[in-house]
Ligand binder design. Sequence first.
Ligand SMILES: [Fe+2]
Length: 292
Amino acid sequence: MNTSTKHGLAAGDVGRPERPDWTIDQGWEHYTAEDHATWKTLFERQTKLLPGRACDEFVEGMRDLPIGPDQIPDFRRLNEVLMQRNGWQIVAVPGLVPDEVFFEHLANRRFPSGNFIRQPHELDYLEEPDVFHDVFGHVPMLMNPAIADFIQAYGQGGLRAQQLGYLPQLARVYWYTVEFGLLQQGDALRLYGAGIASSFTESQFCLESASPNRIRFELERVMRTHYRIDDFQESYFVIRDLDELLEFTQIDFEPLYQRAAQGTEHQPGDVLADDRVFARGDGSYHLAKRIN
Ligand SMILES: [Fe+2]
């Protein structure tokens, strides 16, 4: 797996599709009864976990979408609601797509979603994002205007970061927000990142385990910080609220990239002297794995 970005890998074994933008038809009619049953299992166990853990915006987005337990959502139905809400749409892809294709879609308010679903014996194992991760995890948040604009700006910023040579720095921002972000809601921390919202185990780990750090999000700090692609995160970064993401779209990232790329880089579990720490983790989870 590419160490800088998760979406940077070519589309697995499936290969390059015919269309230059890598989109395919969802082929909703081709899902089997077993595919829909896998969705139902995932949907039902995840829906039970999210009250009190997912942020209010996630819950509201889910409520307003035609997503339910009984079948894998039809992108055509999702797009009717999304397009009307804020001009976003879901496009089906066969798996991970090249960075520039991914960014070009996002910059045009198209969210690429894997059309396949994981195998029933691999419910917690994902080599590439499938329709459950992409639709259950990402689409409710896309209904929120702040996230909708932030992800579009990320697509535009990605095309620019690629030209400037700072893709790893930008990808870390995406990773620690859109995929694994936490936010403050009232006195509590809640999750909004799709990678954790769609994960049975990590949605609990990120908020309740004593192991990970929970640290106030700072843009340049995050640009310097490596992340785990193979396991739970060692640190989660907490934003004030979703509007903070919109503030980032008003900032010129180039000077931050330059400083981040020239300065010290941080390991996923590092806690720095000037971090604002919500919870300092004991690192027990990853420590136990390193010993065993
Ligand atoms: Fe994702």
